[in-house]
Design a protein around this ligand. Structure first.
Ligand code: N01
Length: 546
């Protein structure tokens, strides 16, 4: 479909707009968008479903939730004052500290005065005549703005398993991504955790500390590696602060904006002894080093991937006392790093505790949730609390939950049915004046770094338009195709794209998302930025501006 728009209507005849730009979401993206769009003198409104800022870090307040990228690389970099003022207390900060940080940012830049909380956008339609977006909130109120900018987050549409009897359970139940604000106590309680992705792993290792009994229901195990978190003393924070320019420069250069960078050597270019020593050091090192800072071929070469998988499998065997449990925890359906690697702190040792039981849902599937707990194919379990760590309808799920209609009433859900397409993850053909921050096929990785880049690109585009009295921007079909081709080309050969996970658009709990689609851009962030910079430098010829 070709985006058409009318340029013959004088702007003076266009009905009054409530705002120049409406931003959906007050997480890290929405907060920074507001800050940057204000600089252009625009009237901006942010609608947020939660009661305060934070997005991911507002909703995911489950026990044990924390960064698994280095805190100082995962905050905003745009304000020297903010960098000077904020001290991180741990190398990998916990959710309460991250939430405090984001509230501090909101206070410092007086963001809340242009934000409206408890306000979920339910639909949005593009009106060609007035070249604006009309948005309706769940309470029925309506607003019109020239630009609609989605800041929805990649992982913000939590999904529940489709078990029978979910509503029958008489105890407390929670999804990790919708965790309540009031404290949930586990002492003396029989607790179930269903799901062993990054959220499940963080939850399990925390709940196991105090629950009377914890039962973990695992379908497919993941390759988890140690986080090696530790506190940051004031002298260390001073050193980190002094090193911020180099740190952010490093993040600009690495493939996925992390502080870890791929080793240029191939797995088989070193001796077995060198390889072992390198992997031991990575395993003993912090964060994503073993995933993002490993040999250059571990995620593309099957033999290399098998070797590192064997290395991590041996580590698991060495940490879990019961050999049968250890084997249950070792993935056999995918190699190391081909799904997102959960970061853990004594996770495997949890299974040595007498109060923890691991149930393989591959061997004994859950048949239903009962009033008292969980019924599997071979047992009935009684619980006080069930925690669903069952993940998200990732990347496109939060878009699907809003009825978004572009030119000629075309629905975004319909357009993306076979997998999303976009122009650099920011624009969608047929949806003029809609911009996405962290949309499908934008660069991911260390997300705050990508968020800052995306926001600044959108700010520059809108600044370019408003400075020239342009009121419409539409992605040209040929530009969308060119970007889709590039995304496809960059995905070739990656082992992760042969595996079912949220990164390949698969969610068995969501109708229509059972098969893999290309939801992710897998090229490097520097390549992505080069492409986008080039579009801007040439005056946006890939867009139809009018
Ligand atoms: O979700 P997931 P998540 N029956 O989709 C299981 C980010 N994150 O919330 O693998 C049984 O990874 C499912 O089993 P299987 C990070 O990017 C970041 O944990 O499909 N089991 C899996 O074990 C991460 O990748 C941070 O077989 C069912 C689990 O539930 C992303 O969020 C922290 C099931 C879901 O795992 C998502 O992580 C946490 C069913 N019907 C998360 N349905 C930090 O940076 C699902 N499962 C700190």
């Amino acid at each position: 479909m070709t985006a058409s728009f009318k340029t013959d209507q004088p702007v003076s005849e266009v009905p009054a707009l409530d705002y120049d730009a409406i931003v959906i979401g007050a997480g890290m993206s929405g907060m920074y968008l507001l800050y940057r769009l204000r600089e252009l003198g625009l009237r901006v409104r942010v609608f947020e479903a939660g009661t305060d800022v934070g997005g991911t870090w507002y909703w995911n307040r489950y026990p044990g939730a924390r960064f698994d990228s280095e805190s100082y690389s995962y905050g905003y970099s745009f304000s020297q004052e903010l960098l000077d003022e904020w001290d991180w207390s741990e190398h990998f900060a916990s959710q309460p500290e991250i939430e405090r940080y984001l509230k501090y940012v909101a206070d410092k830049f007086d963001l809340r005065r242009d934000m409206q909380f408890s306000s979920r956008v339910s639909s949005a339609a593009y009106d060609e005549d007035s070249r604006c977006w009309a948005m309706t909130l769940e309470d029925g109120s309506q607003y019109r703005s020239r630009f609609m900018i989605t800041a929805l987050g990649l992982l913000s549409a939590p999904t529940m398993p489709r078990f029978e009897g979910l509503a029958d359970f008489q105890g407390q139940s929670f999804h990790t991504g919708l965790w309540p604000k009031q404290a949930v106590g586990f002492a003396g309680k029989r607790v179930a955790v269903i799901g062993t992705g990054a959220s499940g792993v963080q939850t399990i290792q925390e709940v196991a500390k105090s629950a009377a009994h914890l039962t973990v229901f695992q379908r497919r195990p993941n390759w988890c590696t140690p986080l090696h978190n530790r506190s940051i003393e004031s002298d260390e924070m001073a050193r980190i602060r002094a090193g911020y320019p180099e740190l952010f420069e490093l993040c600009r250069k690495t493939a996925a904006c992390f502080v870890h960078t791929t080793d240029p050597r191939g797995t088989f270019e070193v001796t077995p002894e060198e390889r072992q020593a390198f992997w031991e050091a990575l395993y003993a090192g912090p964060g994503f080093g073993i995933w993002q800072g490993n040999f250059r071929d571990i995620l593309i070469d099957r033999a290399a991937n098998k070797l590192i998988s064997d290395f991590v499998a041996d580590k698991i065997r060495g940490r879990v006392n019961d050999p049968k449990i250890a084997e249950m925890l070792i993935p056999t359906d995918h190699g190391f790093g081909t799904r997102r690697v959960p970061q853990e702190t004594h996770y495997y040792e949890v299974y040595n505790q007498p109060n923890v039981k691991l149930v393989s849902m591959l061997e004994t599937p859950i048949e239903r949730i009962t009033p008292g707990g969980v019924k599997t194919s071979d047992a009935d379990y009684e619980f006080d609390i069930i925690i669903y760590a069952t993940g998200f309808d990732a990347v496109t799920g939060s878009f699907d939950r809003i009825d978004i209609q572009g030119v000629d009433g075309q629905k975004l859900t319909a357009q993306w049915q076979g997998g999303p397409t976009s122009f650099v993850g920011v624009m969608v053909e047929g949806f003029p004046n809609m911009f996405m921050v962290m949309g499908p096929h934008a660069a991911l990785g260390n997300n705050p770094r990508s968020i800052e880049y995306n926001v600044e690109w959108v700010r520059d585009l809108i600044g370019h338009m408003t400075g020239r009295d342009l009121t419409v921007a539409a992605a040209r079909p040929e530009a969308v195709k060119q970007w889709a081709d590039f995304v496809r080309q960059k995905a070739e050969g990656l082992l992760s794209n042969e595996i079912d996970s949220w990164m390949t658009g698969v969610n068995m709990n969501v109708e229509g998302k059972q098969t893999r689609t290309l939801v992710r851009y897998s090229g490097t962030a520097p390549e992505y930025r080069e492409w986008c910079d080039n579009v801007a430098a040439r005056g946006y010829p890939e867009l139809r501006l009018g």
